[in-house]
Structure formats: structure tokens, C-alpha cells
Design a protein around this ligand. Structure first.
Ligand code: SR1
Ligand code: MG
Length: 434
């Protein structure tokens, strides 16, 4: 793939970054002192970009710059710099609807493909926090707020059709990042794709099984078609627990580079899928001193609350807003129309739930068999212990994908996860006895 890199672009290092920032008066003011007082370090651990923390005598900022390749793989996988523009625009758009959940933006440079923003402290990624067993009592409230507002207000339920089409025309150009998801989530884990990796040899049998599982591949392909063709809302597009920066009190959403007009359920499913992955990973992190059963219970309760609160909030927004063009007031203003609309809204959210379940399952599978894994599972040693957690995740992931419609309620999902986990524990006890 040929990537065009404008002549005005250069990849910054900590030194050239400080010089660049000194030319931005509002940023220099935030840092305080002189350039010689500033200190920059690269702190990124993501798969695509470089992220810097810059500290001055007065304050700290965070800088994110795109490089013309995929960081995880290196220059042999070129990747468009334009991703920073999509991230910036989605960050701005979502800030309009739920400002409190996005870091403040201080500066955007469209030639260096760079964003300067608020340094979040003492936030850590939710993924790192959950691996340590940290509780986040406000998370379900916060993420359901973010999801309901960002999805509702960027959809036809709120925007005029002309405005939505204009937005879609812009985000439709984010095709290269969407292609990463199309391949990494819906295709590669199910065939011999070059970048796949898994815990081997422990998972070899399941890899082979999934590659021959026509029912599973059909169901995943249906989800892919939904991802490709549904334009319901401006979705974050990669809403895993590494895109969430948390303290027990506060939540911030970062990394909107995969944003486009897609199915609402993709974002909701990503959140739930990543929480489920962490749920299964907890057995690999438990120790005598720090057993994780109580934490696992909290994860399942959180999953239930995320969905139930999202349902209520999305429903509430739809009931109270009448600006949307579909289901408009003149058609459904009378009492029989109102009654029919109540049922219609419920059916819409039931469909969204079924799609959420499917996308959650696909996310769980691809994070174990594909290119991009998660630290929750990858950090478990020895490999036998990791594989045991991964097999449970894969088994549930498959069920969620192929039987999404049979889950009527979020409690059906959490009950299935609990059962899968208990079965595995029973099996290991039996193996110990043998
Ligand atoms: C090129 S690998 C990028 C992966 O990590 C991101 O989080 C996306 O989900 C993608 O699959
Ligand atoms: Mg990301």
C-alpha cells in the first residue's frame, strides 16, 4: 500500500517536540517556565501511534502523533496519517454531546498529524486497573452515559438527515482504519492470516476447529456485513478497556481514530466483550493472597448495569427528544401512535441488544486468535494457565456469536459466563484428582 506523506510532515522525537511546543504560546503558558525547564517522554503503549507526556514547572500535557505506519508491526505495514484527522473530528463531535468524558483538546496540527490534549492524572487504562483488581463503582453509570449520548445525538434520532449525511461523507473516508477492523475482527481469526498468533500448542485444536466451523464463520460474516452497511451513528469504533482512562471516580474516553458511521451495537459490544475477557482472565491472576471471586462478581454485575443503564438512558433520550426525522411527531402524536412508539422503541433496543451480544463474542475471539491481543490474558503465566482462561473465553465468544438471538436478557449473558467459568474450575479440580 502506498502512503502519501506530505513534505510538511515529520515524526517528532522528545527533543524536536519540545522545540515545536515552544512555538505554541498557549501550550507554553500551560507548561510554564522555559523550554529548557520542560521534560518530554514517550509513554505510548498502543498499537498505532506515539504518545508523549510533556511536563513543565507549571503543568503537564499529552501529545499524540500519528506515524505513517502501524507502530505494532513497524514500517513494513504503512498506514495513513489521516487517521489523526478522524480521531480529532470524532473527539470534537462526541465532546458536543458528553464533554465530561473526553479529555480537553488544546491544539491540533493537520500537517504534523498531532493532537495536544489534557494529561489525565491519576487515570490509568481500565485494562491495567482491572488486571490489578481495582473496583470502579461509577463505571456503569459513566459508560452508559457516554454510549447513550454519543450514539443517540450522532444518529438520525437527533441530527437532520442533511447534517448526518454531511458528517457521514467525512467519516466514510476513514476506510483504512475500518479495514483493519474488518480484517482483524471478522476475517483473520478464521483463516491462516499472516499476523495471527495464539497460545500454542495449547490452543491449536481450537484454532483448527474454528477455521472449519461454518456456522461460526457465517455468523461472524453477518456481523461483518452489519459493520460494513449500518450507518446508525458516529461510533468510537474501538471502545475496548484500553481506550478508557479511569480512576475510581472519573472516566475519560480516548483514541477515536477508528470512528465512522457504523452500528451502535459495535461500541456497546466492544465494552461488554472486553469486560467478559477480563472476567475470564481473573482466574489467571488470582493468588492465595488476592483471590478474585468477589471481583469477578463485580465484573458481571457491572456488565448487567452497563446494558440496563444504557437501555434506560437511550430510551429516555428518545422519549424526550422530538427533533428526529424518523418516527416524526405528526405521524405518531396521538395516543395510539404514542403507544405504538413505546413498543417500537423497545423493539429497536432489543435488536441492538442482539447485535451487541454478537459483536461482544466476535471481539472475545479475535483478541485471542488474531493479531491484537489484550494484556488481561497475555500477561498470564504459565501458558497452560493462560490457555485455560482463553479456552473459556473462546467457548463463550462462539456461543455469543452463533446464538446471539437466544440471549433475551443481559442476565442470560452473565449467567452463561459464570457457568462457563465454573465448568472450567470443576474440570481443573478433576484433572488434579487424576
Ligand atoms: C494494527 S492492530 C490494531 C488493533 O488494535 C486496535 O485496538 C484495534 O482494535 C485493532 O484491531
Ligand atoms: Mg486504540
Amino acid at each position: 500500500m502506498q502512503i502519501s506523506v506530505p513534505k510538511t510532515y515529520k515524526t517528532l522525537d522528545t527533543q524536536s517536540l519540545l522545540i515545536y511546543l515552544s512555538g505554541l504560546p498557549s501550550i507554553a503558558e500551560k507548561l510554564g517556565g522555559k523550554v529548557s525547564d520542560w521534560h518530554g517522554s514517550e509513554i505510548g503503549d498502543g498499537y498505532l501511534n506515539f504518545v508523549f507526556l510533556v511536563q513543565g514547572p507549571k503543568g503537564k500535557i499529552c501529545v499524540k502523533q500519528a506515524v505513517p505506519y502501524v507502530r505494532l508491526i513497524g514500517e513494513e505495514w504503512p498506514m495513513t496519517l489521516e487517521r489523526m484527522g478522524f480521531q480529532y473530528q470524532c473527539h470534537l463531535e462526541h465532546s458536543r454531546y458528553c464533554e465530561q468524558y473526553l479529555p480537553k483538546l488544546y491544539h491540533y496540527d493537520s500537517q504534523l498529524y498531532l493532537m495536544v490534549m489534557e494529561y489525565l492524572h491519576p487515570h490509568i487504562t481500565m485494562r491495567h486497573g482491572m488486571i490489578q483488581g481495582i473496583y470502579y463503582p461509577n463505571f456503569a453509570e459513566q459508560i452508559s452515559d457516554y454510549l447513550s449520548h454519543s450514539l443517540f445525538f450522532s444518529s438520525n434520532f437527533w441530527l437532520s438527515s442533511a447534517q448526518k449525511r454531511q458528517n457521514m461523507a467525512f467519516f466514510d473516508k476513514n476506510s483504512e482504519l475500518c479495514k483493519i477492523i474488518e480484517d482483524c475482527v471478522f476475517t483473520d481469526p478464521y483463516w491462516e492470516a499472516k499476523n495471527n498468533r495464539w497460545t500454542s500448542p495449547q490452543l491449536d485444536h481450537i484454532v483448527a476447529e474454528f477455521r472449519h466451523d461454518v456456522q461460526l464463520k457465517l455468523a461472524v460474516s453477518r456481523l461483518q456485513l452489519k459493520y460494513l452497511t449500518s450507518t446508525q451513528a458516529l461510533i468510537h469504533g474501538d471502545l475496548h478497556t484500553g481506550s478508557l482512562m479511569l480512576t475510581p471516580e472519573s472516566m475519560m474516553v480516548i483514541d477515536h481514530e477508528y470512528a465512522f458511521y457504523g452500528p451502535m451495537a459495535f461500541d456497546v459490544g466492544n465494552v461488554i466483550g472486553n469486560l467478559l475477557l477480563n472476567y475470564f482472565a481473573q482466574d489467571g491472576h488470582a493468588t492465595i493472597e488476592q483471590p478474585r471471586e468477589a471481583y469477578q462478581t463485580w465484573i458481571l454485575e457491572t456488565i448487567e448495569q452497563v446494558w440496563l443503564k444504557f437501555y434506560d438512558k437511550f430510551m429516555g433520550l428518545w422519549e424526550s427528544q422530538t427533533t428526529g426525522e424518523p418516527y416524526c411527531e405528526p405521524l405518531f402524536g396521538d395516543s395510539s401512535g404514542q403507544e405504538a412508539m413505546a413498543e417500537e422503541r423497545h423493539l429497536f433496543l432489543c435488536d441492538l441488544f442482539t447485535e451487541t451480544v454478537g459483536f461482544a463474542g466476535a471481539e472475545m475471539i479475535r483478541r485471542i486468535l488474531g493479531l491484537a491481543h489484550t494484556l488481561d490474558l497475555d500477561s498470564i503465566e504459565p501458558p497452560e494457565r493462560r490457555a485455560a482462561c482463553e479456552i473459556s473465553s473462546l467457548r463463550l465468544g462462539r456461543e455469543l456469536v452463533i446464538k446471539a438471538q437466544s440471549y433475551q436478557d443481559i442476565k442470560d449473558v452473565t449467567a452463561a459466563a459464570k457457568q462457563m467459568c465454573q465448568e472450567r474450575k470443576r474440570q481443573s479440580i478433576q484433572e488434579l484428582r487424576i
